[in-house]
Design a protein around this ligand. Structure first.
Ligand code: BGC
Length: 607
C-alpha cells in the first residue's frame, strides 16, 4: 500500500478521477445509505460512495465472517468497471464508539465518561488502537468516533459519550484518540470521525438535538476547542450535529461548516451529515438537501430514503440551486480521503491483513479494557476502613446491575439502545463474575433478600441506570417535549428516560435494596453503574463506601481488581457531582456541588 500524504499528489489523483466521472457517479459518491436499505446491486447501479451500519444493524449472525462477506460484496460492487465506469472503492462506516461494540464478541471499552475519569491520554491511544484492529477484523474502514462533545447538562441522554464537561480534558484526549484510530493510515489504521460539529453538548436543558444558546466566544472556548487537536492530528472526517446554534441548525449552517471548519480551521477532509440530519432543516425534503449541501455537507447519511435524496440532488444541480463547483468540491474531498487512506490500493476486505483476525475480543484487548475500568472508578465516599475487601470476607452481592453485562455496557452495544442481561455480551465478566473469581465464597442475591448478618460481613450493592442512547436517555418532563420544535425546522423528540436527576425517583427499588440490607446491620459498599452523575444523597447516606463505576463495558472484573485492593482507586470526577436536582447544569454545579470536578478518594496502590 502506498498511500500518499502529499496534498498536491492527493489532489491531482482526485482531480484525475473527477474529470472522468459522470454527474450520476459524483452524486452517488455523496450518498451513504444504511446497509438494510441498499444492496450491492444498488452500490453498483447508483455508484454509492459509502454504506453504514446504524446502531445495532449487523449482517447475518453478527460474526466477523458475516461482516467480511458483506463488505466483500459491497466492495466488489463498487469496483465494477462495467460500461467503462471508474471503479471507486466504497467506504463502510460504523459506530465503534466504545470498542467495535455492535459486533458479538468484541471488546467493549468503558463509555467516554469513564475514560474521562482516568485522565490518561496514553490509555486512550491504546484503546483507539485496539478498537481500530477489531474494526479491521470485520472489513470495516471507518468509525464515527471520537465524540468530542463537552456535555454541560447532565439531563442530556448522551452525557456518557462526553469525556468531560471540561473542554480542556476533552481536548487532551482528542488527538491521542484520533492517532490511535488512524495511526499512519497504513495497515493498522481506520478513518476517524470527530463528532458532532458543533455544540452538541451545550443544548438548553440538555435536550438531545436541541438548541445551544451561547455567543461565538463561548462556542469557540467550550465546544470548538476540543476539535483543534483532532484537526491538527489530521482527522479525516467530521460529522455535522443535530443541534442548533442560537436557533439555526448545524446541518444547514454555512458559517460553521464552511467558513469556520473548512475555512478558518483548514479542515481538508469531508463532512458527513448525521442520521437523516438533513431532513430536519426544512419540511420540504428537496429544500432541506439544498440547504445542507450548499452549507458544506459533503456526504449524506440517509437511513432509507436515499433514492429520493439522490433524485432531489440531481434536480437541484440541474436547476442551479446547488452549483456544480460545490458538488465537485464535495466529491473531491471524498476522493482525497479515500486516496489518503490508501483505499484504492487495498485488496478486497477478505484479503486485508487484519481480516477475520482473532484480535476481535482478544485477551490483550480485554486487558486494556480492564485497565481502563480500574482507572475509571471514582471512590466518592469511604468510611470505616471497609476497603479494600479481602477474599475471605463473607460478601453478599446484590443489586440489579450486579450480574448484568448488558447494563454495564450501556447504549450503543450490540443494539442501539443496548441490551439487558448477560446473553448478548459474549466474553468478558459481569461485576459479580469478577467478584466471584476473587472471592469464591461470595453470594449473589439480586434483590438482597438473602442478606443475613450472621452470614455476611459486608454487602456490595450494584445499582444504577438501565441502558439508553441519544434522546431516549434524556431526563425531561413530558410538558417540555414540544419545546424544541421551533429550531428552524423539525425536531426529533424521542421518549425520555425519566424526568428527574434523582436516582431514588428514577429507580426507587435501588434505595429499597440498600435500606433492607442495612436494616439487617450489614455495612454496604455501593457501586453505581450509570451514564452520568445522578443525585444519590439517600443512597450515599446509607452506604459506608460509594463508587462511581460509570458504564464500564464488558470487563466488569476491573471493579473487583480495585475493590480487593490489587490496584488502588485513582479515578477522578470528569463532571462535578450534583448536590440537588437543580444541579443539572455545569454552571449550577460550579456554584454548588456535592463533590467538585476532580474529586476522587484513593486507597492503596495505583499502577
Ligand atoms: C447519531 C450518530 C451516529 C449515527 C449513526 C445518529 O443517530 O447521532 O452519533 O454516528 O446515528 O449510527
Amino acid at each position: 500500500m502506498t498511500a500518499s500524504t502529499d496534498p498536491q499528489t492527493l489532489g491531482a489523483r482526485a482531480d484525475a478521477i473527477l474529470e472522468r466521472m459522470t454527474l450520476a457517479q459524483k452524486l452517488g459518491q455523496m450518498m451513504q445509505p444504511e446497509r438494510q436499505a441498499a444492496s450491492p446491486d444498488d452500490v453498483k447501479a447508483y455508484h454509492l460512495g459509502s454504506i453504514l451500519s446504524g446502531g445495532g444493524s449487523c449482517p447475518g449472525d453478527n460474526r466477523p465472517a458475516d461482516w467480511i462477506a458483506m463488505n466483500d460484496a459491497y466492495w466488489a460492487a463498487s469496483m465494477s468497471d462495467e460500461d467503462g465506469r471508474t471503479p471507486i472503492p466504497l467506504l463502510y462506516g460504523v459506530d465503534a464508539i466504545h470498542g467495535h461494540a455492535n459486533v458479538l464478541g468484541a471488546t467493549v471499552f468503558p463509555h467516554n465518561i469513564g475514560l474521562g475519569a482516568t485522565n490518561d491520554p496514553d490509555l486512550l491511544e491504546r484503546i483507539a488502537q485496539a478498537t481500530a484492529r477489531e474494526i479491521l477484523a470485520t472489513g470495516v474502514e471507518w468509525t464515527f468516533a471520537p465524540t468530542l462533545a463537552v456535555a454541560r447538562d447532565l439531563r442530556w441522554g448522551r452525557t456518557y459519550e462526553s469525556y468531560s464537561e471540561d473542554p480542556a480534558r476533552v481536548a487532551s484526549y482528542a488527538a491521542r484518540f484520533v492517532r490511535g484510530l488512524q495511526g499512519d493510515l497504513g495497515r493498522d489504521g481506520v478513518i476517524a470521525c470527530a463528532k458532532h460539529w458543533v455544540g452538541d453538548g451545550g443544548t438548553e436543558q440538555g435536550f438531545d438535538q436541541g438548541n445551544t444558546v451561547v455567543d461565538e466566544d463561548e462556542l469557540t472556548r467550550t465546544h470548538i476547542a476540543p476539535y483543534l487537536p483532532a484537526l491538527a492530528e489530521g482527522v479525516l472526517t467530521v460529522m455535522a450535529s443535530f443541534n442548533s446554534w442560537n436557533g439555526d441548525k448545524c446541518h444547514g449552517h454555512r458559517y460553521l461548516l464552511t467558513d469556520v471548519l473548512k475555512g478558518r480551521l483548514g479542515f481538508s477532509g469531508f463532512v458527513i451529515s448525521d442520521w437523516d440530519g438533513v431532513d430536519y432543516l426544512d419540511p420540504d425534503y428537496a429544500t432541506a438537501i439544498g440547504k445542507a449541501v450548499n452549507a458544506g455537507v459533503d456526504m449524506l447519511m440517509v437511513s432509507v430514503e436515499w433514492r429520493a435524496c439522490l433524485a432531489h440532488l440531481t434536480r437541484l444541480v440541474a436547476d442551479g440551486t446547488i452549483p456544480m463547483s460545490r458538488i465537485d468540491d464535495a466529491v473531491r474531498r471524498i476522493l482525497v480521503v479515500k486516496h489518503r487512506y490508501g483505499l484504492f490500493e487495498r485488496p478486497r476486505p477478505a484479503d486485508r491483513h487484519w481480516s477475520q483476525h482473532d484480535c476481535l475480543g482478544a485477551a490483550e484487548h480485554r486487558a486494556v479494557a480492564r485497565e481502563a475500568v480500574r482507572k475509571s472508578l471514582v471512590l466518592l465516599k469511604h468510611e470505616g476502613g471497609l476497603l479494600p475487601l479481602t477474599p475471605s470476607d463473607r460478601i453478599l452481592v446484590a443489586g440489579r446491575n450486579a450480574d448484568n453485562r448488558g447494563h454495564q455496557c450501556g447504549g450503543f452495544t450490540v443494539a442501539w439502545q443496548g441490551t439487558t442481561g448477560n446473553d448478548f455480551i459474549h466474553g468478558g465478566t459481569s461485576i459479580w463474575e469478577g467478584i466471584r473469581d476473587v472471592a469464591p465464597g461470595a453470594t449473589l442475591s439480586v434483590d438482597g433478600s438473602a442478606a443475613d448478618a450472621s452470614a455476611h460481613d459486608v454487602a456490595l450493592v450494584v445499582i444504577g441506570e438501565k441502558p439508553y442512547a441519544e434522546g431516549m436517555g434524556d431526563l425531561r418532563g413530558v410538558e417540555t417535549i414540544g419545546a424544541g420544535s421551533a429550531f428552524g425546522g423539525k425536531n426529533l423528540r424521542l421518549p425520555p428516560y425519566g424526568d428527574s436527576l434523582e436516582l431514588a425517583t428514577l429507580h426507587p427499588e435501588e434505595l429499597a435494596t440498600i435500606r433492607a440490607i442495612r436494616a439487617k446491620g450489614i455495612p454496604v459498599v455501593t457501586v453505581l453503574v450509570s451514564g452520568r452523575p445522578l443525585v444519590v444523597n439517600d443512597e450515599l447516606a446509607e452506604s459506608a463506601a460509594f463508587v462511581a463505576a460509570w458504564l464500564p463495558g464488558s470487563e466488569g472484573g476491573g471493579v473487583a481488581d480495585v475493590l480487593f485492593g490489587g490496584d488502588g482507586f485513582q479515578g477522578t470526577l470528569p463532571f462535578a457531582w450534583p448536590a440537588t436536582a437543580d444541579g443539572a447544569t455545569a454552571e449550577a454545579r460550579d456554584r454548588e456541588a456535592l463533590y467538585p470536578r476532580g474529586h476522587g478518594l484513593t486507597t492503596g496502590r495505583t499502577r
